[in-house]
Design a protein around this ligand. Sequence first.
Ligand code: ADP
Length: 455
Amino acid sequence: MFKKILIANRGEIALRVVRACKEMGIATVVVHSTADANGMAVRMANESVCIGPPPSRQSYLNIPAILTAASLTGADAIHPGIGFLSENEEFARMVEEHGFTFIGPTPEHIASMGDKAVAKDTVKALGLPLIPGSPGIVKDADEGLSLAKEIGFPVLIKAVAGGGGKGMKVARSEDEFRSCFTMASSEAKAAFGNGDVYMEKYLSNPRHIEIQLLGDTHGNAVHLGERDCSIQRRHQKVIEEGPSPILTPEQRKFVGDLAASCARKMGYRGVGTMEFLFEDGKFYFLEMNTRLQVEHPITEMITGVDLVREQIMVAAGNKLPFRQEDIKFSGHAFECRINAENPATFMPSPGKITRFHAPGGLGVRMDSAIYEGYTVPSTYDSLVGKLIVHAKTREEGLMRVQRALEETIIEGIQTNIPLHERIIQEPDFRAGKFNIHWLEKMLARQKEETKKAAS
Ligand code: ADP
């Protein structure tokens, strides 16, 4: 087993990994930028190394600086967390070449799933159903337009290197196709340094359902159930839950077994997530994330499996301690992503936290790295915490989320807690009746109502 793990990340996820390591008796090194010198993970880790100035390119994406820190501190393995270098094939390869273990899948698996057009080809060959779309990269707007006519409008133009909903544009008609194509491609180029795009039919009423996978280096892979992440704004998840309120036991078993068998055929190692859109009783493969997900605690709450611990165990070459039939599901979990942002305009709201009170009590978990007096830097994404609740039933869970949100106090910055409180109150949400477009529609409706009331 590893003696010391270097964590190449920040914020709540770096702290999440520190916590798992502590419980496993593994020492930790957290690398950080100058903006994060006072971060909670830095404080909690055994050691820390400053690797550069605030911009990510010069710190959290600075591979030589991270490898030097690992070498200087004598770490055996590197955990990449979420985002930053977690899905960077070159980083994974360099970590291994320098004699450290990469806590994640093989560089080949990262590469094959990282290019979404290639990923779709790979999983198609493994038997997963796909959303109708282009066979691969779409060369230019002319080729795109003739394909779009075949697929039928609306179509979605997506970046092959995409992530976080960037480089994605819906073209609703022939007229707007060319400008959408150019916008998607240039946004992708700016965000990922790669302007290649592919196309899919734009589904009008789907749920986002994803399957948590875990594989070892001995040919074993299991699934740990699904998470329903349909509550989204601008293709970004806001509230997630598990199990999905709409799947039948047969549908659940079908998609779980399908994803697990795909991971087994690939020889997948570590944690990974297969994302699907689900519409009219059918699943369509969207993408596979070859890392831990922000919403992994949902799965932990309903299965009792510590995913970060298992991720570290399999990276060290251990066999999975359970088979598919040993995994038992219990109760219902929700996660609210708490962002430092204006709840009405969604503009980021960095700054100093002047008061903080975390919620607690039965079934409540707060994964966050903030504290009173902490300054949320403006350089990074606005996620400052995740409120996770677990209860016997979905109904009890809803009451518990509401109660936990009421208990939470974060002052000095603005957060989206009022938005969560509104969503939780909505009858459709309470009834489990929503799709990926639901939240945007709710926001538009509420804006309209506010306007009317003011006039
Ligand atoms: P990213 O990697 O940028 O997160 P994904 O492919 O995972 O991109 O898609 C993110 C979200 O965008 C999905 O959860 C869904 O809400 C929406 N989306 C993606 N593809 C489609 C599609 N073909 N039709 C409708 N919505 C889609």
